[in-house]
Design a protein around this ligand. Sequence first.
Ligand SMILES: [Zn+2]
Length: 167
Amino acid sequence: MKEYNYCPICKIPLQIGIIAGKRRKHCPKCDFIDYKNPLPVAVAVAVKDKRFLLVKRGSPPRKGTWASPAGFIEIGETPEEACLRELKEETGISGEIVKLIGVSKREDNEVYGDMLVVKYLVRTKSGKLTPGDEVEGVKFFDIAELPDYYVNIYKQVIEEIQSGEVF
Ligand SMILES: [Zn+2]
């Protein structure tokens, strides 16, 4: 992960000190402190008629693998808005939030470091399947077709969908 060596505001070298119980880089001149926080990501586990809408990732991490549409939550957005925006951008399909699946920590060693992942179950609505600029493909998967790694992550929600518990 990239680290600051200079204050991004004052452009002078940062110092290291104990701030709020941890060693952190901070600026001796202004109040900038280089806090390290996980990046917030919203994931759309998008389903229609018991089929899961996945995208083939067009950029790292895990470029080329099939995954649920996902992306960073922008300033000013709610996690739900980010989830539905990413779904629309990556697949051309709009959707509505059914429920929160869960919030978890994911560590990405390729690019982003620690991420805080907020996963929603989404019912897809209208739209034409259109891969966005950031993905290499979009496709609905039957439950039996889902890749093993995907089933491992979403085992519980897949079972709920399969049994008709949710919708
Ligand atoms: Zn500064």
